[in-house]
Design a protein around this ligand. Sequence first.
Ligand code: YNC
Ligand code: MG
Length: 388
Amino acid sequence: RHRFWETQPVGQFRDLGDPTVTEGPIEPPIPLSDVKPDPYTLPASYDWSTCDISDDAVATEVYNLLTANYVEDDENMFRFNYSREFLRWALRPPAYFTAWHIGVRVKSSKKLVAFITGVPARIRVRNDVVGMAEINFLCVHKKLRSKRLAPVMIKEVTRRVHLENMWQAAYTAGVVLPTPITTTQYWHRSLNPKKLIEVGFSRLGPRMTMSRTIKLYKLPDSVITPGFRKMELRDVPAVTRLLQGYLAQFVVAPDFDDADVEHWLLPREDVVESYVVECPQTHELTDFCSFYTLPSSILSNQNYSVLKAAYSYYNVATKTPLLQLMNDALIVAKQKEYDVFNALDVMHNGKFLKELKFGPGDGQLHYYLYNYRLQHPLKPSDLGLVLL
Ligand code: YNC
Ligand code: MG
């Protein structure tokens, strides 16, 4: 059924429920001198092209490829519209490798027609912290689909990851492949219900009028929690400690240090927003919440071309009730004119989704590990990892 994936070191469907499969790496590392030194062969009219996303012209080429060809919903109404600044953030974390930002160009015209990326991360699986690649932004131009280009790109990024002496990877996909470590679901909290209904993102509920719907989703004009403020550079050490303490309880989670927190969580305009709660008396940081900005193109509407969406990222509540903290996150997202606030049912998110009027989305997001097997799939609430 999966001509490519059946050849790869990933948990296979036949392994599911097999008590003799052990947890951990599937294949051992090989000597770096045994890693294939040359790139995989592409069809004759194409070339590999390492993409330096720092270069404005290259960032624009990648942005244009993804904007026209990246992930759409099942009904082809919306397509992710990652911004250039977002891509730079996503692709240049501490110790990133430019060689893992891989394009495919048409030889004759130099046109960028396919892309795949990896970034390094330390991911803890139970008690083992593993250096992994996080693979993302796999995209083949619509006109080149179903020609088995994707497997060549996956093999090439794997080769380049191996050359850095890393042997595992983490990735998510909307499609079912061998085999998910967990399957998560998106939930959506309307902030601008009128627009969401008009563009077909949501529907008016049964026996609901537009004005009742607007009232249902109304939020206060300003946050409730005393000491709730934007995260600053000086907060990095305290946020790292909060996150480390929180993420320790999940089976799979990133192992963040200060440099990771500074990169992934310090606010960047229109890319990532983070807030802390500073105790007004002790000035101690007790809580933290964050979301990233990922608009979607609206593919066919007269009045609107972009849906502004916030995606829940990492949240830690040690003193403020989680419900109140996330309600404040909704309030700031509403102030900043996001149309919708999305969250997966990972970590403790299940504890606030229904009460804060999130509704379940259609479509699932499957999480995968490469060359690392788990005995059993996890519950989404055992997962402490959000990929972009
Ligand atoms: C996918 N999303 O099953 P089999 S997510 C992985 N992830 O192989 P072809 C995928 N594999 O089943 P097309 C996949 N989608 O025969 C398809 N596949 O074994 C598998 N869409 O290849 C598929 N972006 O080239 C099949 O398919 C084989 O032309 C078929 O290209 C696929 O970024 C794609 O959804 C997705 O641009 C590029 O449809 C194309 O259709 C497209 O004939 C819209 O491919 C955008 C889109 C995917 C977003 C993402 C994560 C990717 C993870 C890749 C796996 C990484 C493994 C770890 C590597 C490092 C290891 C180390 C160490
Ligand atoms: Mg193809």
